[in-house]
Design a protein around this ligand. Structure first.
Ligand code: SF4
Ligand code: SF4
Length: 298
C-alpha cells in the first residue's frame, strides 16, 4: 500500500482541486482529508457519511456547584483565567473555551468539587464517495489540537484501506509547515507539493521542501497557473531541483477549474479543458514515478 500526501506551502494554490482530480483519475483509492482546519474536499466529492465518531482530546474542568464552598483556590491557581469568581449568591464557574485542561484546579480543590471529563473537540467520519471510501473530520469552532486529529484521520484511513484492500491512500494535507503538516506527512511514501509562480509561492515552497528534506520524504513539485509568470515558474523549477525535489509538471491557468468547483465536480468530470489534460499527464507521470498501478479507464 502506498500513501501520498498533497500539500502546499499556503492555502489557495489549488491543492484540493488537484487532490479531487487525482481521486477521479485513480478511482477507488482510499481518500483522506487531513486539512481539518478548513476541510473542503467534501464540497467536490459529496461524501455520504456511513459512520460518525466524536473526536476526544484532553479534558475540561467543570465545577460542581453543590460541593463548591467558594474558597477561591481554583481562581487564584488558574494561569489561564478560565475560572470566574461568583456573581451574587453564585459559585465559581469555568469558561470552557479558556480552560486548557491542565488539571491544577482539580488537583488542589479542597472539596474535590471539580470534575474533569474528557473534552469533545469535533467529529470524524467514515464516508463513501463516487471515487472510493473517505475519512474526513470537522473540528468544533475554537477547538485546537488539529495535529492530533490529522493523525487520527490518517490512522483510520490506513485501517480502512487495509480492510478494503486499497493499494493507494490519497491524502489532502493541510497548508503551511506547522504541526498538522508534520502529522500529515511523516512516514508517507511521497508528498506532492502544489505551488504557484509568485514570490510567496516560491518562499512557501522552499519552507515545505526543508521540512520534507528533514523527514526524508520524496517530494514532487507541481506549479499551478505557471503561465501567469513563466520566469518565476522557471526560478521555482531551479530552486526545487536544488532542494532535491522533482518537478513533476505544470498546470496552466484555467477558469474552468472555478466553474468545476461551482458545479461541485472535479475538473476531470467537468471538462476536457487545458488544466484537465495537464493534470491527467501529471497523474500519469507521478503514478509511474511511484510505481502506482494506474486506473485502466483513464
Ligand atoms: S477550589 Fe473547589 S471549593 Fe474552592 S472555589 Fe474552587 S471549586 Fe469551589
Ligand atoms: S484545568 Fe487548568 S486551565 Fe482549566 S480551569 Fe483548571 S486550572 Fe484553569
Amino acid at each position: 500500500m502506498k500513501e501520498i500526501v498533497i500539500i502546499s506551502g499556503k492555502g489557495g494554490t489549488g491543492k484540493t482541486s488537484v487532490t479531487a482530480a487525482f481521486a477521479a483519475l485513480c478511482n477507488h483509492a482510499m481518500l483522506a482529508d487531513c486539512d481539518v482546519d478548513a476541510a473542503d474536499l467534501h464540497l467536490l466529492l459529496d461524501p455520504e457519511i456511513q459512520q460518525s465518531h466524536p473526536f476526544i482530546s484532553g479534558h475540561i474542568a467543570k465545577i460542581d456547584g453543590q460541593r463548591c464552598i467558594n474558597c477561591g483556590k481554583c481562581f487564584s491557581l488558574c494561569r489561564f483565567d478560565a475560572i470566574n469568581p461568583p456573581q451574587t449568591n453564585d459559585k465559581y464557574t469555568v469558561t470552557p473555551s479558556s480552560c486548557e485542561g491542565c488539571g491544577v484546579c482539580v488537583h488542589f480543590c479542597p472539596e474535590q468539587a471539580i470534575e474533569f471529563p474528557e473534552r469533545r473537540c469535533g467529529e470524524w467520519y467514515h464516508s463513501e464517495t463516487r471515487f472510493g471510501p473517505m475519512i474526513h473530520a470537522r473540528l468544533d469552532i475554537g477547538a485546537e489540537n488539529s495535529g492530533k486529529l490529522v493523525s487520527l484521520v490518517r490512522q483510520q484511513a490506513h485501517k480502512l484501506a487495509e480492510d478494503k484492500q486499497c493499494q493507494l491512500i490519497l491524502v489532502d494535507g493541510p497548508p503551511g509547515i506547522g504541526c498538522p503538516v508534520i502529522a500529515a506527512t511523516t512516514g508517507a511514501d511521497a508528498v506532492f507539493v502544489i505551488t504557484e509562480p509568485t514570490y510567496s509561492g516560491k518562499h512557501d515552497l522552499l519552507r515545505v521542501l526543508e521540512l520534507t528534506k528533514h523527514f526524508s520524504i520524496p517530494a514532487y513539485v507541481c506549479i499551478n497557473k505557471w503561465d501567469i509568470n513563466p520566469s518565476m515558474a522557471q526560478e521555482i523549477q531551479i530552486s526545487a531541483a536544488k532542494n532535491g525535489a522533482t518537478l513533476i509538471g505544470t498546470i496552466p491557468y484555467d477558469s474552468k477549474i472555478t466553474s468545476a468547483q461551482i458545479a461541485a465536480k472535479t475538473i476531470i468530470e467537468y471538462d476536457d479543458s487545458i488544466s484537465a489534460l495537464a493534470i491527467k499527464e501529471i497523474w500519469h507521470n507521478f503514478a509511474k514515478a511511484l510505481n502506482i498501478e494506474q486506473n485502466q479507464g483513464n
